[in-house]
Design a protein around this ligand. Structure first.
Ligand code: ATP
Ligand code: MG
Length: 204
């Protein structure tokens, strides 16, 4: 190795040390203990799977979890089937009508959304729940089945130790404003557009 390479390596090492010092200082400053609101939005694949990753992570720590699925497909998803198999401390509600994009019965959907919200709101007031997952919540807000301000207020008023994960495309400003963590999953490519059929274990 010539001296140019050595110099380069030394400079890189110094840069990494400086960066680590900055990160360490930030870690030392982060001393607030409270639950957080996480919004996973955007058009890319990975929102619901991320929410369930968090849910299983919480269950792994023996925590109690609440789960409301605002749009449930007609086939049972692998994550729900697995939850049913392994038990775990989960309160679960799925929106009743099998809300679909072809629906013409807006009133029935509105009632189903209101019922699902009643369950979600109860969970958001339950001190025993460490995590509440509100899967596909954003669509309820986008199509005004639920009032975004009311939903945001209820999430904000949750117990201090409780965390919330909300998913769905096009999260509205009212939800983004109260979020501690926001991840926007950008679609770079999706197999579906190349004609690949949705697969068990991958898509549901
Ligand atoms: P996943 O449940 O796989 O994490 P998601 O929650 O990010 O996906 P949704 O918008 O809820 O995405 O859509 C759910 C279904 O649509 C899944 O079967 C998923 O694979 C599929 N999907 C997600 N993104 C796209 C996309 N950009 N184009 C086509 N299908 C998609
Ligand atoms: Mg989803």
């Amino acid at each position: 190795m010539d001296s140019v390479d050595e110099e380069k390596l030394a400079r890189r090492a110094a840069r990494l040390r400086r960066r680590k010092a900055v990160v360490d200082a930030a870690i030392a400053r982060a001393d607030e203990e409270r639950g957080v609101v996480i919004v996973i939005t955007g058009n890319g694949k990975g929102k619901t799977t991320s929410a369930f990753g968090t849910l299983f992570r919480a269950l792994g720590h023996g925590q109690r979890v609440g789960l409301v699925q605002f749009i449930k497909g007609t086939t049972t998803s692998g994550e729900i089937a697995f939850l049913e198999q392994c038990g775990g401390d989960v309160r679960y509600h799925a929106m009743a009508t099998g809300f679909t994009w072809e629906t013409r019965d807006w009133e029935a959907d509105r009632r189903a959304a209101a019922t699902a919200w009643t369950h979600a709101h109860e969970m958001l007031r339950d001190e025993r729940l460490d995590l509440v997952v509100l899967d596909e919540l954003t669509y309820m807000l986008k199509y005004r089945f639920l009032d975004a301000a009311e939903v945001a207020a209820a999430i904000t008023a949750r117990p201090r130790t409780q965390s919330v994960v909300a998913t769905g495309r096009a999260a509205p400003p009212a939800l983004l404003e109260i979020a501690d963590t926001i991840s926007e999953i950008r679609e770079v490519r999706h197999a579906f557009h190349a004609g690949v059929k949705a697969r068990a274990g991958i898509d549901f």
